[in-house]
Design a binder for this molecule. Structure first.
Ligand code: AHR
Length: 494
């Protein structure tokens, strides 16, 4: 066992609300993300609820998905919402120009809005700015939200939905510096202002307008857009992916890697702290009271596509490494809870760092899913500042903190502390001092696996799952916990 690490939880100086939406998801119309992953159609032999996979619906409900972003991604800026309404057998088939293949539009606005309602999630539409128009956007919003006698409201009723749906967020374009239209920031800022003018929310049902933000460390983009349009922006996005090799041509395998890529992936995840700090500092210049949220609406690990699934765009397996990198990223979002009020992991099912993988009628829950499961106790909690002193974990020339942690107090008063041991070899004993906590009982759950490459496969779907954590003792306001190597633990203190 390595030397003890020291953690102090400052429950006596509570911070910001942890918005549940930082546990949000992203579901793009690509590969098997929607078709086969969420939607199988009501006549499928795969058990379904009105066409949605029953197993997937139940799994997503169990982790309380707070918000879903759809239909893209790059897909969104070539999407015509009118293709996805009305009788499904009359919908057009379009090429999926962004990701290959064709889209028969069986999953459209009706199916997305109903799906979100079914799993109890808020709705986040990515609007077509690249090839669309403000008029198309405002008519889409009217179709979804109007409650009067307008033709669009009547059309929605004729298509089977009497009541308006609740639309919570609209993203004004996606990656406008790239696949969304190759715009320069100053041009996009004016385009944003134009579109934002025509987002008409119904009375008492506000819609949060999200500006298309920067790629990774491009703070100049954030600066230009905030300077020119900040007063009309409710949230601005940030996209960041971790590529284990740092090379987009050969990103690295999701399942066959050594300790060097374990380390580089965790370093990539930890980089999120620096990114948020820098973008937030720029936002502070224009918005010192933090009215405008930072929405990290695409994040995660992007590996080489799984060679066993050549037709499933962006399909990759998910290992214990993904679980730990998700955990440290969520810790970082919580540490910036005053600014980061939504985040959407890429993506929900069968795409990139997915919660869930499916193969015909089979489904597996990934190690990343189980981190979202363990961390759901933080949704809506109050952030508690935390200090961590721990020996570094080193590999070759690289080094990262050996222990990463976060804490929050939920609405029932229970304090939750998450602890990640990044070291793949060393168990670590942690002493956790709890300032301002009256609790007398501690219990927890922990996720680890025999190998850094351990996965849940369709043949062995239960290889990586959380277990009860029995190695924490609370005495005189101090918890002593023995954390296994390469593990994520969440403690509850009552
Ligand atoms: O998540 C996959 C793609 O990554 C999205 O479509 C795009 O926005 C980003 O580049």
């Amino acid at each position: 066992t390595a030397p003890a690490a020291q953690v102090t939880v400052h429950a006596d100086r509570p911070g910001a609300l942890i918005h549940p939406e930082i546990y949000g998801q992203f579901a793009e119309q690509l590969g098997h993300g929607i078709y086969g992953g969420i939607w199988v159609g009501e006549h499928s032999s795969i058990p379904n609820i009105r066409g949605y996979r029953k197993d997937v619906v139940e799994a997503l409900k169990a982790i309380k998905v707070p918000v879903i972003r759809w239909p893209g991604g790059c897909f969104a800026d070539q999407y015509d919402w009118r293709d996805g309404i009305g009788p499904r057998n009359q919908r057009p088939v379009r090429m999926n120009a962004s990701w290959g293949g064709e889209d028969d539009n069986q999953f459209g606005t009706q199916e997305f809005m109903d799906f979100a309602e079914l799993i109890g999630a808020k709705t986040y539409l990515s609007i077509n700015v690249g090839t669309g128009s403000p008029r198309e956007m405002s008519q889409w919003i009217e179709y979804i939200t109007a409650d009067g006698h307008s033709s669009l409201a009547q059309q929605r009723r004729a298509n089977g939905r009497a009541q308006p749906w609740k639309l919570d967020y609209v993203g004004i374009g996606n990656e406008m510096w790239g696949c969304g239209g190759s715009m320069r920031a100053s041009f996009y800022a004016d385009v944003y202002r134009q579109y934002a003018t025509f987002v008409h929310a119904p009375p008492n049902a506000p819609i949060t307008r999200v500006a298309s933000g920067a790629n990774a460390d491009d703070v100049a983009w954030t600066d230009t857009v905030m300077a020119a349009a900040g007063s009309q922006i409710d949230a601005i996005s940030l996209h960041n992916y971790t590529i284990p090799t740092g090379n987009w041509e050969h990103k690295g395998s999701a399942t066959q890697f050594g300790e060097a890529q374990w380390m580089s992936t965790l370093q990539g995840a930890l980089h999120m702290d620096d990114l948020i700090a820098r973008h937030s500092a720029v936002m502070d210049k224009y918005d010192p009271h933090k009215r405008v949220a930072l929405a990290v609406d695409e994040w995660g690990n992007w590996m080489d596509q799984d060679p066993s699934a050549p037709d499933a765009a962006l399909y990759q397996q998910n290992s214990l490494r993904d679980a730990l990198s998700a955990a440290v990223t969520l810790d970082i979002f919580q540490a910036h809870a005053d600014r980061v009020r939504m985040a959407n992991i890429a993506q929900m099912v069968n795409v990139l760092q997915a919660m869930i993988l499916t193969d015909q009628s089979r489904m597996v829950l990934t190690p990343t899913y189980y981190v979202f499961d363990l961390y759901q106790v933080f949704q809506g909690a109050t952030y508690l500042p935390i200090d961590v002193q721990a020996p570094a974990y080193r590999y070759a020339d690289a080094s990262v903190p050996g222990i990463h942690a976060t804490a929050g107090r939920d609405r029932a008063g229970v304090v939750h502390v998450a602890l990640v041991n990044l070291d793949p070899h060393q168990a670590t004993t942690v002493r956790i001092r709890l300032d301002g906590v009256q609790g007398t009982k501690v219990q927890g759950r922990m996720l680890t696996a025999p190998q850094i490459t351990s996965i849940n496969s369709f043949e062995h779907p239960h290889a990586v799952e959380p277990v009860a954590f029995e190695h924490a003792v609370l005495k005189d306001g101090v918890i002593t916990a023995a954390l296994p190597a390469k593990s994520v633990t969440v403690l509850d203190i009552r």
